[in-house]
Ligand binder design. Structure first.
Ligand SMILES: *[C@@H]1O[C@H](CO)[C@@H](O)[C@H](O)[C@H]1NC(C)=O
Ligand SMILES: *[C@@H]1O[C@H](CO)[C@@H](O)[C@H](O)[C@H]1NC(C)=O
Length: 363
């Protein structure tokens, strides 16, 4: 009898013990904790593996520990997490279901790791995630649908990675994405359709990549882009209607340091609200007819090959009425070479709106 009782008691303890104790009810060793374990801070304390924290924990800061990877189920007891900080943790891979159970998580910081591979299903369960930081890693490819659990994703930071192209389906499901940062990657191609799932983007950073042609088809479904950066891509030209689908909303456009030789005459068709336009450090001689100056307050034009003839008359008129007169040096014609556009008086005498060309030569 006695023996059976002991056995029952042990069984009872084994089965219920952990639940009664409430998983890890203490601050993990080496970490410090605030507010009844709501915040667990383990910044730079030499952790080798992810500590278990209870459902009470809202914020877990694991920055600057050599963690190497995230085992499946690492956070299965941490279902209350809202903010998870894992920058500088030497993470190399994000495996399937790495964040399983974190369906309250809103902030996920994974910047400054060595992540080269994100496995399909890596972000399963992250349905509330709103802010995802993956900057400064080694990511060269994003599996189709990788962000699809993240129906609330608002900001995605992928600056400073090794992305080469964007394919259709990359952003499937992330329909609320507003800020997409992909500066300093190796992007050569944004395939048609690759941005169709994120038509509400407001900020799109694509500067410092390797695109040699403007990705018109990929951009054509975007509706409300307010800020677009394309600087430091080796593009020779910007084609007609490049920004048309979101031109009414676009306030900032960066086309600097690209080696641009020509802006197509219709490049700025539909662009009506731009305040800040950056065209410095290119090889431009002229500005296209479709460029409207009335909304512009911040314009950079330096280091180009401006041809100071009547085709710059709209620019000259804007300069005369604007408080800031940006640096813009003429490269031609010969008599104006080296002069500032603002100092060339000939241009002021140009007729601004030439009468519709009459058929046949005038006498
Ligand atoms: C113009 O834009 C540049 C680049 O965004 C910025 O650094 C600068 O402060 C702006 N200048 C003004 C006068 O707003
Ligand atoms: C400058 O513009 C004029 C007329 O607008 C054109 O005839 C000339 O060839 C242009 N010069 C250069 C160097 O492109």
């Amino acid at each position: 009898m006695r023996c059976v009782n002991w056995l029952l008691l042990w069984t009872f303890l084994l089965v219920l013990g952990p639940a009664v104790q409430g998983a890890p009810s203490q601050c993990p060793s080496l970490c410090h904790c605030h507010g009844d374990l709501q915040h667990v801070i383990c910044d730079s304390v030499g952790l080798k593996k992810i500590p278990r924290v209870s459902e009470a924990t809202r914020l877990l800061n694991l920055q600057r520990n050599n963690l190497g990877g995230i085992p499946t189920g690492a956070f299965s007891e941490s279902k209350g997490l809202i903010s998870l900080h894992m920058q500088h943790c030497q993470l190399r891979e994000i495996g399937p279901q790495a964040f399983k159970g974190l369906n309250k998580l809103i902030y996920l910081y994974l910047s400054n790791n060595e992540i080269s591979t994100i496995k399909p299903g890596a972000f399963e369960d992250l349905t509330e995630l709103t802010y995802l930081y993956l900057d400064s890693n080694q990511i060269s490819d994003l599996p189709k649908g990788i962000f699809s659990p993240m129906i609330n994703l608002f900001i995605l930071q992928l600056n400073n990675n090794k992305l080469r192209e964007l394919r259709q389906g990359t952003f499937t499901g992330a329909k609320d994405l507003r800020w997409l940062h992909m500066s300093s990657n190796d992007l050569t191609t944004l395939h048609p359709g690759s941005l169709d799932d994120v038509e509400n983007l407001a900020i799109l950073h694509l500067d410092s990549n390797k695109m040699s042609t403007y990705p018109s088809l990929a951009m054509s479904k975007l509706r409300v882009v307010e800020e677009l950066t394309l600087g430091k891509n080796p593009m020779r030209t910007i084609p007609d209607n490049a920004f048309q689908s979101f031109g009414r909303y676009m306030e900032k456009l960066h086309l600097d340091n690209m080696g641009l030789e020509k802006l197509s005459d219709g490049a700025f068709t539909g662009v009506t609200a731009v305040k800040s336009l950056h065209l410095d450090n290119n090889r431009l001689k002229s500005l296209p007819k479709s460029l409207q100056f009335n909304s512009i307050t911040n314009l950079t034009l330096s280091n180009n090959l401006w041809n100071c003839t009547c085709q710059l008359a709209p620019l000259r008129r804007w300069m005369d009425s604007s408080p800031n007169r940006p640096d813009a040096v003429c490269a031609s014609p010969n008599q104006h070479k080296g002069k500032q556009v603002r100092d060339v008086t000939d241009i002021r005498r140009c007729k601004l709106k030439p009468k519709k060309a009459k058929k046949g030569p005038r006498q």
